[in-house]
Design a protein around this ligand. Structure first.
Ligand code: NAD
Ligand code: AHE
Ligand code: ZN
Length: 375
């Protein structure tokens, strides 16, 4: 069949809208009509050429929602007409990692996924007979895409595609980082660095978990109102304070009777390795947990004095908010439907596929929180 897609032919170049050939689903796979897709900073990261796994030409996009239109042989858990969210972190429930119960990082198809291929080692997309690569196993910047059954979550059909597509990455990553990874408790203090599409979801996750003090840090003052909208209690622009940001935050989080200060939890949502260090060092001696969410480019490394860890801070990271996709994504969609979490106000722009490059530009300029493309 044919599918309209925004293709990344080369790193650093705008996406091009073309009609691709798409092979139907093979055994264990499903064909999905994507109805809407968000644009995440990670799509731009890969497009920029900074992703060690970046491979071109490819159909990017990993934050989608749609409908199953065909199932391949052997598919048992999905049927035509199901409303679904593609999962860049699948959940096979059979691999060693899934069975461990200790992680959401299913390993069943990770190696082919990282090579832009389906589990059988081939691509379903092509143009004039030449293969076009998949991306993060999802390729939601195509109107139709093929996914393995284990990488698809069935969701409530009452949920609007142009809103819950955001659960495919940003919402789950931010809220999940708080609940699944950091396991924040009622009354905690927290600092969130970077108030974009991920950071604001960390903030609403902290509100949901009952944190007392939620400090947002961003270089863009426009993000103050955004953070407050979802539960942020204090805002810091590092460019507008005297001196170093770390002692400033440590002092701000000092509670009565505490001689040293520091946040119980900190989250990096920038991908900047200097910020990651600041986040660790702003967490409390003895018990502070600092969660790396941001994705840093090829060759970049983090550093700190080991003493920071010797004195009881924990540096940790999270992918997809520690969520087990087929189990947790339907629940997060239900939280949205019941009003437990918000999505609509964060979707600042809704675009047609032809305008997808404008969505990237607005994200780079800090003008959008989430742009969603509808097909
Ligand atoms: P975004 O562009 O919407 O937001 C980034 C925010 O960080 C912006 O508000 C920007 O002003 C702010 N910022 C940039 N540099 C800063 C600095 N030095 N100090 C303070 N604030 C700064 O991006 P997003 O979609 O929210 O994604 C954020 C990061 O999370 C990206 O690196 C993305 O690749 C990553 N990500 C990771 C996962 C995961 O599973 N770990 C999932 C989704 C996204
Ligand atoms: N491919 C990159 C890393 C990119 C990365 O860290 N991806 C996150 C999801 S970001 C979503 O917006 C992730 O899930 N990672 C776990 C995994 O298995 O890919 C690199 O550095 O090679
Ligand atoms: Zn993402």
């Amino acid at each position: 069949m044919k599918t309209r897609a925004a293709v990344a032919f080369e790193s650093g170049k705008p996406l091009e809208i073309v009609e691709l050939d798409l092979e139907g689903p093979k055994a264990g796979e499903v064909l999905i009509e994507i109805k809407a897709t968000g644009i995440c900073h990670t799509d731009d990261f890969t497009l920029s050429g900074a992703d060690p796994e970046g491979i071109f030409p490819a159909v990017l996009g990993h934050e989608g929602a749609g409908v199953v239109v065909e199932v391949g042989p052997g598919v048992t858990s999905l049927k035509v007409g199901d409303h679904v969210i593609p999962l860049y972190t699948p959940e096979c429930r059979e691999c060693y990692s899934c069975r461990s119960g200790k992680t959401n990082l299913c390993t069943a198809i990770r190696s082919t996924q990282g090579q832009g291929l389906m589990p059988d080692g081939t691509s379903r997309f092509s143009l004039k007979g030449k293969p076009i690569f998949h991306y993060m196993g999802c390729s939601t910047f195509s109107n139709f895409t093929v996914l393995p059954e284990i990488a698809v979550a069935r969701i409530d059909a009452a949920a609007a595609f142009d809103k819950v597509c955001y659960v495919g990455c940003g919402v789950t990553t931010g809220v999940g980082a708080v609940i699944n990874t950091a396991k924040v408790e009622i009354g905690a203090t927290a600092v969130v660095f970077g108030l974009g599409g991920i950071g604001l979801n960390v903030i609403q996750g902290l509100r949901l978990a009952g944190a007392d003090m939620i400090i947002g840090v961003d270089l863009n003052n426009d993000k103050k109102a955004w953070g407050e909208r979802f539960g942020m209690t204090h805002f810091v622009n590092p460019k507008e304070i005297e001196g170093d940001i770390v002692p400033h935050l440590v002092n701000l989080t000092k509670r009565r009777g505490d001689l040293i200060g520091g946040a119980d939890y900190t989250f990096d949502c920038t991908g900047n390795t200097t910020v990651m260090r600041q986040a660790l060092e702003a967490s409390h001696r003895g018990w502070g947990k600092s969660v790396v969410i941001g994705v840093a480019g090829a060759g970049q490394e983090i550093s700190t004095r080991p003493f920071q860890l010797v004195t009881g801070r924990t540096w940790m990271g999270t992918a997809f908010g520690g969520a087990k996709g087929r189990t947790d994504v339907p629940k997060i969609v239900d939280w949205y439907l019941s009003g437990k979490i918000e999505i609509d106000p964060m979707i600042t722009h809704t675009l047609r596929l032809e305008d997808i490059n404008k969505g990237f530009e607005m994200m780079r300029a800090g003008e959008s929180i989430r742009s969603v493309v509808v097909y």
